[in-house]
Design a protein around this ligand. Structure first.
Ligand SMILES: *[C@@H]1O[C@H](CO)[C@@H](O)[C@H](O)[C@H]1NC(C)=O
Ligand SMILES: *[C@@H]1O[C@H](CO)[C@@H](O)[C@H](O)[C@H]1NC(C)=O
Ligand SMILES: *[C@@H]1O[C@H](CO)[C@@H](O)[C@H](O)[C@H]1NC(C)=O
Ligand SMILES: *[C@@H]1O[C@H](CO)[C@@H](O)[C@H](O)[C@H]1NC(C)=O
Ligand SMILES: *[C@@H]1O[C@H](CO)[C@@H](O)[C@H](O)[C@H]1NC(C)=O
Length: 886
């Protein structure tokens, strides 16, 4: 009974949701399936904000919740849920538990009838077969109720559908012991049982034996048998049994509809249609079932148009109710994706014939519309269901929550979810998934976490994907305690999330400096034999090396290798360096080396990792030891090994060792470019350009051209020690062989000319001795300008261009120009700062710092302070000197 008020209220809500929905429809249809869902929900939020009237939206949400709650409370299958809850809570092996659930069932005061039992079984058949059986058993033990053939048939059908054959057979074998045996004939039930369990051959044998004993079946059982034979495609036997039925005068509309099914099953669709039409014209009673069977079969073979005509024909005849055939037709249309045709049909039948489908048909529509994100139509349909006062069932409610999640009204969904107890809804199979995902996306990870926990606690395990989604969100938001709890809840319920989830979690823990916690989880994973990803090992090993637990890091390194993962050289280095900082460094180092050698075929690679690691850990003596072990074990060091050994010496300032080693090498191998380069670069980096230059000369004499890096580091070092003459010689050397000055070298020279005139003056003196190339002479003039020895009234653009002709400019070069300008012309410097940005360079710490210093030197403190603010915003830290100035 729709009160007027109720109807009006609902309609008001409809229009509200539709307005709301209108706005997002364009978005939603195309985008809700898009992985970039977040931005869409943001867009929805935006729309809500645009209609600003926060209070209004609030009220709207509340109204929607209230109205849906009201509707949900009208569901009429609550009692079935209660029955199944009781049955599910019953412990198999515990007799007391059975008694208590018997008691609870009795206390419900059910009026047991055949139809109630059938309803309960129908409700439970797809959800919980075992509970169906328990209910059947309980009902059979009640004094006022006796199972009927229909109830037997129903339970057998459930058992056979669930492929619980053996259970059925047990059932049949124990059958005689039960008290209800007297009520139904023994053979009759046996035949029915075997027929329904897909064993019509045994059923037929039993039937034969009965006939031999002069017994006969009830008409009901005849039909069960006939139907089973059709199901199993035993068409010969179908004919025989049909004849028997007819001879006994049992033939009725049930027989005929089974025969229609038989024809359909044999692909004789036209024959079946002819048969039906003939029956109709003969004035026989037709059942909805017969028409439905044919409709279903025609649809399955894609003869939709024929169905349309057929339905119209029978409707016009007006001799059979069309509700069921319409239902089948709609179901098949939806299944075939002809959703629009189906909706159109529904609309017209509703207005013309007052046809209202039942809840399950509506559900099919609703779910399909949701699946295709046709939210507006889904909304219409939901409202229609409410107006028609269709009693919602679990599927409807589930779909409704899903709908609200999809249109972005997740607060409504959450509210309905949280009130599920009010309308007796168990979260079993509810849209936990949608709710959790949507909540996560809308920044409600705490609520999502809560939903997931209740789901798991009530035995409903959400999909792995959902779990990972939430877990990753929690990790990203650094809600690690929640995450930890979630994992333990999951594991407690024997739900193992995917490895990826754990990996993210472990990495998040390591990032949060909770590497021990991460390690515990890693241990758990190992225990249940779950593979850990490479990145996770990296996170853990990094974590442990940072907290100086080299021993654990080393163990992880080995475990990682056991999993077939290859660590990089740098990971090795990190572990070795950590070991070398431990108390008994040498022991630890040896242990790792021995383990590596015992686990793998000794190879250059392994040794080289250790050479590299030791060199970087300030342990050249350990590197030397490794090198010797190599020889001893018969692994000849390759060129890389020799280079690493050399670097190890030089990095640690063991020059005489390096030189001796190099001398040894001369006797062993031809000294090539790589080894020379290593020496030159290594010596320079260790502040010995004096020795380095000798090697460079030797190279040139041997006709080997040094790498540019050699020139770069040498020139840098020589500038530092003020040996400008050699610098100029090197630059001329480069020019002669047609090499260009690199940006690095150019910057070094400019930097020095800013500090001193000496470089330029030396260059002038040496000019005549050399036959300068044009680039070199240009470079010389540039240095003169920078040193202030050549007139500076040139415009900045010319400078830039001049530099550009000598070498390509980088940010460092621009910073130097900026420094020069900020001393002479601060206005111009500010302009230049903007130009640097316009050129596509991102100003770095130094760019800012130079300008801030310039500004404050010119007394423009306020401007300088503003610039420092900007630095902080970008996460850049001013230099100490600048900090003092400001
Ligand atoms: C909408 O209302 C909220 C809360 O009153 C307010 O913070 C927000 O600025 C308003 N937005 C607009 C566009 O008026
Ligand atoms: C807010 O909602 C009320 C009631 O619907 C309406 O009268 C008012 O004009 C709205 N205000 C704004 C700013 O949209
Ligand atoms: C609930 O709805 C979701 C989304 O439509 C679906 O995936 C799920 O299977 C439904 N569960 C039940 C029990 O209907
Ligand atoms: C030396 O051996 C390692 C490992 O096999 C290899 O990666 C490297 O390229 C070798 N070096 C040279 C110069 O061949
Ligand atoms: C300088 O170079 C030019 C052309 O490359 C050459 O003709 C000339 O002899 C050189 N002079 C000296 C002093 O090397």
């Amino acid at each position: 009974m729709v009160s007027l008020k109720h109807a009006n209220k609902t309609r008001a809500l409809v229009s509200q949701i539709l307005i709301f929905n209108n706005n997002i429809n364009i978005l939603s249809v195309t985008c809700l399936t898009n992985p970039r869902f977040y931005s869409i929900t943001q867009a929805v939020q935006q729309i809500e904000d645009d209609n600003n009237n926060t209070t209004n939206t609030d009220i709207r949400a509340k109204d929607v919740v209230l109205s849906f709650k009201e509707w949900f409370k009208t569901r009429n299958d609550v009692i079935f849920d209660r029955i199944f809850d009781i049955l599910r809570s019953q412990d198999e092996d515990d007799h007391g538990s059975r008694e208590s659930s018997d008691l609870q069932l009795s206390q419900m005061g059910l009026r047991l009838t055949e139809s109630l039992v059938l309803d309960v079984l129908a409700y439970g058949k797809n959800k919980d077969v075992l509970s169906c059986l328990k209910f059947f058993d309980w009902a059979g033990r009640q004094r006022h109720f006796h199972h009927t053939r229909a109830t037997f048939h129903a339970i057998f059908k459930i058992l056979s559908k669930a492929k619980l054959m053996s259970l059925t057979i047990d059932f049949l074998e124990n059958y005689m012991k039960h008290s209800y045996v007297h009520r139904v004939r023994f053979y009759d039930t046996l035949v029915m049982g075997y027929a329904v369990s897909g064993k019509p051959d045994i059923a037929l044998q039993l039937f034969g034996r009965m006939r031999f004993q002069g017994l006969d079946l009830y008409d009901f059982t005849y039909h069960v048998l006939l139907n089973a034979l059709v199901e199993e495609s035993c068409f010969d036997a179908v004919e025989v049994i049909a004849k028997q039925i007819s001879m006994r005068g049992f033939e009725n509309d049930v027989t005929r509809s089974i025969l229609v099914k038989s024809m359909c099953k044999q692909g004789q669709l036209d024959e079946a249609e002819g048969y039906l039409r003939r029956l109709a014209s003969d004035g026989m009673v037709l059942s909805e079932q017969m028409v439905s069977v044919l409709v279903g079969a025609l649809c399955k073979s894609n003869r939709f148009e024929q169905v349309g005509r057929l339905l119209e024909h029978f409707r016009e005849l007006g001799i059979v109710s069309m509700e069921h055939p319409y239902g089948v037709w709609l179901r098949e249309l939806v299944r075939d994706g002809k959703l629009d045709v189906a909706l159109e049909f529904l609309k017209s039948k509703k207005s013309l014939e007052g046809y209202v489908p039942d809840v399950s048909r509506y559900n099919v529509f609703l779910c399909r519309l949701l699946k295709e994100n046709r939210l507006r139509e889904a909304c219409d349909l939901l409202m229609e269901m409410k107006e028609e006062e269709i009693c919602p069932d679990t599927v409807t409610m589930n779909a409704t929550l899903c709908f609200f999640c999809k249109v972005g009204m997740v607060e409504v969904a959450l509210e309905l979810y949280n009130s599920r107890l009010e309308f007796g809804l168990s979260p079993n199979g509810l849209v936990g998934k949608y709710l959790i995902n949507t909540l996560c996306r809308k920044g409600g990870s705490d609520e999502a976490y809560h939903v997931l926990k209740t789901c798991i606690a009530q035995g409903f395990v959400p999909g792995r994907k959902t779990f990972s989604f939430l877990a990753n969100t929690l990790c990203r938001e650094r809600k690690l305690d929640k995450m930890k709890e979630l994992v333990s809840v999951a594991v407690m319920h024997k739900f193992i999330p995917s490895g990826n989830t754990f990996d993210n979690f472990i990495s998040a823990l390591c990032r949060a400096r909770k590497v021990e916690d991460g390690y515990l989880i890693y241990g758990e994973l190992k225990r249940i034999n779950k593979a850990t990803q490479k990145n996770t090992y990296y996170s853990l090993i990094d974590g442990f090396t940072q907290s100086n637990r080299g021993d654990i890091a080393a163990r992880l390194l080995i475990e990682m290798q056991e999993k077939g993962l290859t660590p990089t050289r740098n990971l090795f280095k990190a572990v070795i360096r950590c070991l070398c900082h431990m108390e008994n460094a040498e022991n630890q180092f040896d242990k790792l080396l021995q383990m590596q050698l015992s686990r793998h075929e000794p190879s250059c690679q392994i040794y080289n990792f250790f050479l590299y690691g030791a060199g970087h850990s300030k342990k050249p003596e350990l590197a030397r030891k490794v090198y010797e072990i190599m020889w001893r074990d018969g692994t000849e060091p390759n060129l890389s090994s020799d280079i690493l050994m050399l670097q190890s010496y030089m990095k640690n300032e063991k020059f005489s060792e390096a030189l001796n080693f190099f001398a040894d090498l001369r006797s062993r191998r031809k000294i090539g470019r790589k080894l020379y380069n290593t020496m030159v670069v290594g010596l320079c980096k260790a502040n010995r350009p004096d020795i380095a230059i000798e090697f460079l000369k030797e190279m040139r004499i041997n006709g080997i051209f040094p790498s540019m890096e050699c020139y770069e580091v040498l020139i840098q070092q020589l500038c530092l020690t003020g040996e400008y003459e050699i610098v100029i010689n090197l630059i001329n050397d480069l020019g002669k062989v047609g090499r260009h000055v690199t940006t690095f070298i150019g910057n070094v020279l400019l930097l020095h000319s800013l500090k001193t005139k000496e470089l330029y003056e030396t260059w002038i003196q040496l000019r005549d001795a050399h036959n300068e190339t044009s680039t070199v002479s240009l470079l010389r003039q540039l240095i003169g300008v920078f040193a202030g020895c050549i007139g500076v009234n040139q415009h900045l653009d010319d400078w830039e261009e001049m530099i550009g002709r000598c070498f390509p400019l980088d940010l460092y070069t621009y910073n130097m120009l900026l420094r020069k300008l900020s001393i002479s012309d601060i206005n111009h410097a500010c302009e230049f700062f903007n130009r640097i940005c316009l050129k596509g360079f991102e100003p770095n710490r130094w760019t800012y710092d130079i300008l801030v210093q310039g500004l404050s030197n010119h007394g423009r403190t306020a401007q300088a302070k503003r610039l420092v603010e900007e630095m902080f915003q970008k996460g850049l830290d001013p230099t100490q000197r600048t900090k003092l100035l400001i």
